[in-house]
Design a protein around this ligand. Structure first.
Ligand code: F6P
Length: 329
């Protein structure tokens, strides 16, 4: 078997890109699964930048005790410009070799996976991706780690805003994260009963929205919530509110939820997903595999080539778009 051939002795784990809730239970799962299989785990602090700067330390089972319920990541995360260069990657690979690390688990999103792909091509270090991003924008997994927590955090905020919106008969434009991805906006909007959801994947109809809000008022809908993904082509929530406000003379307020969506106690779903994928990643390395992302599709662990995880940019389903439209009449 490939596992015997490679004799994987040491593996590294890192978090990269925008952090998300659930990275900690995933790090815990990678560390403990490695130990279970007789592999020595190493933490690489601050993502690829830490790999370049040799911030690499051995981990034991106790080092990850009590972190499963903590947001953020105890090993830090970063977006490394230097790793985008061949010279930076050369330094990083040299450090991995110096520690005898033959396998790597990269927890992150598409940017992090581009880095992982480059590592696969330029070194003999086996590399497995674990989808960790609030954006839920990767192919090859039904959900990314951190998404469920982010949706719940944003939904909690939306529910609170609805209270005050109703008291004052106001329209609220709530901006959620997602530069290129509308999944958070869409699911928060549906779960929170939004009047409309504006996302980058579809073209937004500002005059249509203004008309809908005015007509809503006429039939007794005195307060409404509009969810705007930060990357919508009409702009963020402030811009959209400004454009709609010019057309519909209705008192409106804007609330930008921002980075609170990246934090918080990971939900049970995220902890479970993180644990499953952490173990799956270690098993892939043991089997001698590389250049793939582990995900969960229809309840089962599945691997997808790293490049296929980002290439086709995950589409939003028409069913979810229909829900927004139909349930807001
Ligand atoms: O990719 C995750 C994400 O939170 C996006 O939704 C958001 O646009 C971006 O990261 C913000 O990144 P940062 O604040 O880390 O630069």
């Amino acid at each position: 078997m490939a596992a015997e051939k490679r004799k994987m002795k040491r593996i590294g784990v890192l978090c990269s890109g925008g952090d998300c809730s659930g990275m900690n239970p995933c790090v815990r799962a990678v560390v403990r699964s490695a130990i279970y299989y007789g592999i020595e785990p190493f933490a690489i602090y601050r993502g690829y930048q830490g790999m370049i700067e040799n911030q690499i330390k051995p981990m034991c089972g106790r080092d990850v005790a009590g972190i499963g319920n903590r947001g953020g990541t105890i090993i830090g995360s970063a977006r490394s410009q230097e790793f985008l260069t061949k010279a930076g990657r050369k330094k990083a690979i040299k450090n991995l070799h110096a520690h005898g690390i033959g396998g790597l688990v990269v927890i992150g999103g598409d940017g992090s996976f581009h880095g992982a792909e480059a590592l696969c091509k330029e070194s003999d270090v086996l590399t497995i991706g674990v989808p960790g991003t609030i954006d839920n924008d990767l192919e090859g997994t039904d959900f990314t780690i951190g998404y469920d927590t982010a949706v719940n955090v944003a939904l909690d905020a939306l529910d609170k805003i609805r209270d005050t919106a109703a008291s004052h008969d106001r329209i609220f434009f709530i901006e959620v994260m997602g530069r290129h991805a509308g999944y958070i906006a869409l699911e928060v909007g549906i779960a929170g009963g939004a009047e409309d959801v504006l996302i980058p994947e579809t073209s937004s109809d500002v005059p249509g929205l203004a008309k809908k809000l005015v007509e809503g008022r006429a039939k007794g809908k005195m307060s409404s919530i509009v969810v705007v993904a930060e990357g919508d082509e009409e702009g963020g929530a402030f811009e959209v509110a400004g454009k709609v406000g010019k057309l519909a003379q209705i008192p409106a307020r804007v609330s930008v939820l921002g980075h609170m969506q990246r934090g918080g106690i990971p939900t049970a779903a995220d902890r479970l997903l993180a644990s499953r994928l952490g173990l799956a990643a270690v098993r892939e390395l043991r089997a001698g595999n590389s250049g793939v992302m582990v995900g969960v599709v229809s309840g089962k662990i599945k691997t997808t080539k790293l490049c296929n995880s980002w290439e086709s940019h995950r589409k939003v389903t028409p069913e979810l778009l229909d829900l927004v439209k139909i349930l807001s009449i």
